[in-house]
Write a new protein. Sequence first.
Length: 180
Amino acid sequence: MIPAMSRGAALFLVVVLVSCGGSGPVSPHIGPPTGNGTPTPAPTPTATPTPFPTPTPTPEPTPEPSPVAQPACGDLFMKIIRPDAGVNVTNDPQIVEAAVGHSVVRVDFYYHIDAFGSGPSSQSALSPPVLITTRTSPPWRVNWKLPGGCGNTISLLAVGFDACGAGNDSGLVTVTTCKP
């Protein structure tokens, strides 16, 4: 048995049932889904844009280094330009300078005592030339310390070499020295 309810309460119950999808005597086709109807389509997912990778710059190939130009070989011009041949040298140290060809990369400067000064100790010297110094870059000049004594006859020589190993000499320059 159903308990008695007022007409207002019954109407309220029908409105609630209808709004909730329940069935009631007023709308027999409204109610919960039975599974026979068309299902509501699921929302279509939107594609998330794929980020483009940041392009990596392609490294430029390293250029092959150009071959280092070697100094030319062959121009071995050599000449002592200071001091002049035949002069009496008294400055100590004395500058010895050579003019050289464009392919010269090294100059060896030498002196040789040809004869000692006159007097009781005068004699010819048979010793080998003495290396003053070697220069490997311009200026092609050196300071030469004079040997002691006066009247010494001395030959100066410069020998130049190119990058290929060839050499040439300046020819002798003979001077007289005096270092008291």
